[in-house]
Design a binder for this molecule. Structure first.
Ligand code: PLP
Length: 380
């Protein structure tokens, strides 16, 4: 058996990506627009269904930034944001001079807790400021409680910016993640379920909003032959080269989802004998996760003495197998220490006891065998 590195989640090419890239070279579409950009957007639109419009952008972070701008967020505003997430969910709030208000997770989905969310809204309203938007995340591919979160958002008429960066291929009640918010965000970074090396997209319900996103993403040029600007623009459009990779990746997205879900089943079987291990798992049949990453918790009060998530991570690292702690909640991050926080200690508990396991769609039987051997030998 080789001892090659087993990555947490690495790029997995399907085979046709290079032909789209070659076509871009052959036709000299080496620019942030072109047939691959249009073709990639159309492929995502037909995959997501439900009559959505997609603007391909340079990153998921750029999509979050433009999403907040389109929702009218300005300096001095407050934006509610899931605390348990990657920092890119929250950073664009600060780019705009607005303040993140962080919200705890619920145990079932690890995503926004609807009760903490409503408590936060009531308290911010009492303090005299209505939050401008809610950033809700489908963490690790698990849909948030769409029904409950949408109900709270509607009750107070606050728009949702849906961070679906980790959840392309996930559904809730049969409807695609990325299509639930007033606006949705996708990411095609190197470690995501499909990749363009770097890239992202904003999902909008109307053609007008898509056009507005593309306008802002291409330096906000007014309709004039000379360079005229009435608004501040950004350089956020996706390269036609990267979009070529994306077109090839869309052809294998369904396979990637199937493979990641198989990895999740593999871990559930492997860890079944250990009752101190639990999974982030679909709470009901309404939820369908792409299981971008399989994530577990090792419960300290049940586990054998000296066994912990961090212990398992170090044991795997010795075998050249990458695993990773869960996202450290934003309200515990030094850079956000001054931001208000609502909820209890769910996110903190998850962070203290959780681990992300290697979940790539390109892992093979020999990788799984090495992982199984290493995990069993740590627990025994
Ligand atoms: C990856 C990720 C992003 C950012 O996407 P980029 O394309 O890397 O900018 C945002 N939110 C979450 C939850 C992510 O996992």
């Amino acid at each position: 058996m080789t001892n090659d590195k087993i990555w947490l989640s690495s790029p997995h090419m399907g085979g046709t990506e290079l032909s789209y890239v070659n076509e871009a070279f052959a036709t000299n579409w080496v620019a942030p627009l072109g047939p691959n950009v249009t073709g990639f957007e159309q492929a995502i639109e037909s995959y997501l269904g439900d009559d959505v419009h997609v603007a391909a952008l340079s990153s998921g972070t750029a999509a979050l930034h433009l999403g907040l701008i389109l929702l009218g967020v300005q300096a001095g505003d407050e934006v509610l944001c899931q605390s348990m997430t990657f920092s890119a969910s929250a950073n664009p709030i600060v780019y705009l001079g607005a303040t993140p208000i962080f919200i705890d997770s619920e145990m079932t989905t690890w995503n926004l807790c609807p009760i903490a969310l409503e408590e936060a809204i009531i308290d911010r309203l009492a303090k005299g400021k209505k939050p401008k938007a809610i950033i809700a995340v489908h963490l690790y591919g698990m849909p948030y409680n769409v029904e409950a979160i949408s109900a709270v958002a509607q009750k107070y008429a606050i728009p949702i910016l849906e961070d679906s960066a980790e959840a392309l291929g996930s559904t809730y009640k049969g409807k695609s993640c990325g299509t639930f918010g007033n606006l949705g965000v996708l990411s095609f970074n190197g470690n995501k379920i499909i990749t363009t090396s770097g890239g992202g997209a904003l999902v909008t319900p109307t053609e007008d909003l898509k056009n507005k996103a593309v306008f802002l993403a291409t330096q906000a040029r007014d309709a004039a032959t000379h360079y005229q600007h009435s608004e501040i623009g950004y350089n956020y459009r996706l390269s036609n080269i990267c979009a070529g990779i994306g077109r090839g990746q869309m052809e294998v997205l369904a396979d990637h989802v199937a493979n990641r879900r198989n990895m999740n089943s593999f871990y559930k079987e492997l860890l079944q004998p250990y009752d101190f291990v639990t999974f982030l798992t679909e709470p009901t049949t309404a939820y369908y996760s792409n299981y971008w990453l399989t994530t577990i918790r090792i419960h300290p009060e049940l586990a054998p003495k000296g066994t912990s998530a961090e212990g398992l991570r170090l044991a795997l690292e010795k075998e050249n197998i990458e695993s990773r702690p869960l996202w450290k909640p934003m309200h515990l991050q030094p850079v956000f220490s001054d931001c208000p926080y609502y909820g209890k200690d769910v996110a903190e508990h998850l962070f203290a006891t959780g681990l992300c396991l290697p979940s790539g769609s390109n892992l093979n039987d020999s990788d799984r065998q090495r992982i199984a051997t290493s995990i069993r030998s740590y627990f025994e």
